[in-house]
Design a protein. Sequence first.
Length: 274
Amino acid sequence: MFISERIGYWLARYLSKPRDETVNIATSRPELLRKTLRKGDVLLVEGTSRISTTIKYLTQSTWSHAALYIGKEEAATIHSASTSADYSGELPVLIEADVLEGVRVVPLSMYSHLHTRICRPVGLSAEEVDEVVRFARSRIGQHYDLKNIFDLARYLVTVPPIPTYWRRYFLQLGSGDPTKAICSSLIAQAFQSMNYPILPRVSKITWQDKRGRVRTEEVLHRRDPSLYVPRDFDVSPYFRVVKPAIEQGFDPHNLTWARSEQGDRPLPEFDLEN
């Protein structure tokens, strides 16, 4: 077991290291992202690491990571010792399952320079959102499921031609140990604890009422949390996609475009990351 853990840790470090040759442009300014996020939002991230590449291939999606936004007030109550790095006084406002450190809290600056998307649950009360966050917070300190690392590493040796239909089942990864977690399953469990749907299986039942009339009703079935991937929050009909630029008052008439006509003096380029 000790050897397995050492190999798993080494492999996790190798797979999670960002790839320098990958250029990923943030689609939202950091300040707009901070203003737009609300407690209970799911932040999807397009990662640049080797493991991110594998997840994006298997899910046929842009998104390789998911984190839960807990809000500044909640973050302020979490002791700084729960993070293993110095973030220069920033509040750790995201709960995530990291391949090296397990379930932890991190500041928004970890991902504000990357391509992100906000997915917001609809219809939950403030108290119910608090319960979702409380569930995820209770998992802080749990280890990342190393079996997930070994499973994903198989697809980095060579990318097999896996039919689209089967890709989700290839991502039913991990050992299933309740004391361990992977990013999407952690958040899925938090919402399922409040009976909030993500992508449930739907069946129909038919029955007769007292007057003999035939009734049809849809019944939702929970999926195994290990089957959930980051893209599911994006495509879920129960999460609203929120775009910071639009939420904060986008006006196309106030844009300044660079002039490309010959003889015109070009305007300076602006970096979205700053």
